[in-house]
Design a protein around this ligand. Structure first.
Ligand code: HAM
Length: 439
């Protein structure tokens, strides 16, 4: 009997995506809008290696990332390495390496792919791309104002209406003072309780309380206090014993400034924002889609004062955020913010008659010299079929060149989006085409 041939699967590794050209076009468009927005604030792009030493994450990324989500292994030279699960440690390492030479404030951005061993699900994958925007060397709350303004500007640049997203801010100083002063928790318990608070939205009330009880000395008294804290607004925080009033004032001032810049509807103080990473020391924030179908955060960020200190005695405070491509794509699609992504940037030329192929090559050559992208068919075929090919390839503009057009030095231009057809003279073809492609 003939042995059945076994084939390799065509599906990508669990929790990762293949980017076929249509997806790539979407991704490039999405990142180009983001890139343009952050560059308009003077930020410069950087990148780093995908592989780093394991120690870089061990120090400050937090238990969940390091123990459960890191792709780490020993390389052939016996070094313990990890694939980057986030960009902030690489950024801190790079800034620390050149800290004395870099002009401050440092305004940098990057769009790396990151790897986390997660259970893939809605809004969560094992590989995602993340826009990182960070600002170093400004201690005042003006840095927070700028970073949150950039986060808001990106959403506005995509045309997001005010009610479609929420920017929720808090402060590690408020949380820490609540845990250690209002709840009187010893320092080793503070971290465990804050991790649990971070997890709260993902687990049931029963599980939350069940896990909380063993961490508290007087659960019946402390649990109601925790619920009251989580529901507080900025004004009512003062009723908690020993709450960090400087941090409360800081958030008050920041909110007022942002509101005066016209972001009042989108911004709110929310004490349930915890942020999982150990390195945050000040203001923390997350941005959420208001569409309940897209529950996971769009952005997460905050201020980190001590990361540079891992590498030397130098001190430089940083603040920034990460914006993930998975939830952001759902946001854009959910709110109808994806424009027509026809391939406006390239024209397509079918070959209707074999004998005209040299003329078509000449035309394509002229157009490319004028800066227009052109794809030509390489074999002749029926017009209908070639238009179908152009449609399937996502083209908007198709140029027809037949015997009579060659004789009259003309070209027929078909717009597949509007269905219109027009005759253009060969002389001003490039400039007319450029106008159409921009329009
Ligand atoms: P993060 O909260 O872990 O922060 O990630 C930021 C954003 O990346 C999230 O809000 C989410 O949109 C996206 N994201 C994270 N993990 C996944 C995943 N497994 N699948 C899909 N999307 C994901 C950080 O990484 C910080 N280092 C950000 C930062 C920069 N803080 C200061 N500067």
């Amino acid at each position: 009997m003939e042995k059945q041939k076994s084939f390799l699967p065509t599906a990508p590794y669990k929790g990762t995506r293949d980017f076929y050209p249509d997806d790539m076009r979407f991704r490039n468009w999405m990142f180009s809008v983001m890139r343009e927005t952050v560059q308009s604030f003077g930020y410069q792009e950087y990148d780093g290696p995908i592989l780093e030493s394991f120690d870089l994450y061990k120090a400050k990324s937090g238990e969940e990332i390091v123990q459960r989500q890191l792709y780490d292994f020993t390389d052939k030279g016996d070094r313990h390495v990890a694939i980057r699960p986030e960009m902030t440690p690489t950024l801190a390492r790079m800034v620390a390496g050149e800290v004395r030479n870099l002009a401050k404030p440092i305004r940098w951005f990057s769009i790396p792919n990151l790897w986390r061993y997660e259970q893939p699900g809605k809004g969560r994958l094992r590989e995602h791309w993340q826009l990182n925007v960070d600002l170093f060397g400004v201690n005042s709350y003006r840095a927070e104002v700028e970073i949150i303004l950039i986060a808001d500007s990106i959403l506005k640049k995509f045309g997001a209406p005010a009610g479609s997203y929420q920017i929720k801010i808090s402060h590690r100083g408020i949380l820490d003072s609540f845990l250690s002063n209002s709840l009187s928790l010893p320092s080793e318990k503070c971290q465990a309780v804050s991790k649990l608070l971070d997890k709260k939205a993902k687990i049931s009330k029963e599980v939350f309380e069940q896990e909380l009880r063993p961490l508290l000395s007087n659960p019946d008294g402390q649990i109601p206090l925790i619920y009251a804290y989580l529901e507080s607004d900025l004004e009512s925080l003062s009723r908690f014993k020993g709450i960090n009033s400087e941090a409360v004032e800081f958030i008050g001032r920041l909110s007022a400034d942002l509101k005066s810049l016209g972001i009042e509807k989108q911004i709110s103080f929310d004490p349930s924002i915890i942020r999982g990473f150990d390195y945050y020391t000040g203001c923390i924030f997350e941005v959420f889609d208001t569409n309940p179908e897209n529950r996971r955060s769009l952005y997460g960020g905050g201020r980190y004062d001590n990361l540079i200190g891992l590498f030397s005695n130098d001190q430089l405070s940083g603040i920034g955020f990460g914006l993930g491509d998975v939830t952001f794509r759902s946001f854009l699609e959910g709110h109808g913010l994806v424009p027509d992504l026809h391939r406006n940037d390239t024209v397509f030329i079918p070959v209707m008659e074999e004998s005209l192929f040299p003329e078509i090559l000449k035309l394509a050559y002229e157009l490319r010299s004028d800066g227009i992208n052109v794809e030509t068919m390489l074999e002749s075929g029926k017009v209908g079929k070639q238009i179908q090919t152009a449609e399937k390839k996502g083209y908007r503009f198709v140029l027809f060149l037949g015997e009579s057009e060659v004789a009259k030095q003309e070209i027929q231009l078909k717009d597949l989006k509007t269905g219109t057809q027009s005759v253009l003279s060969r002389k001003d073809l490039s400039s007319k085409l450029k106008d159409s492609m921009l329009g």
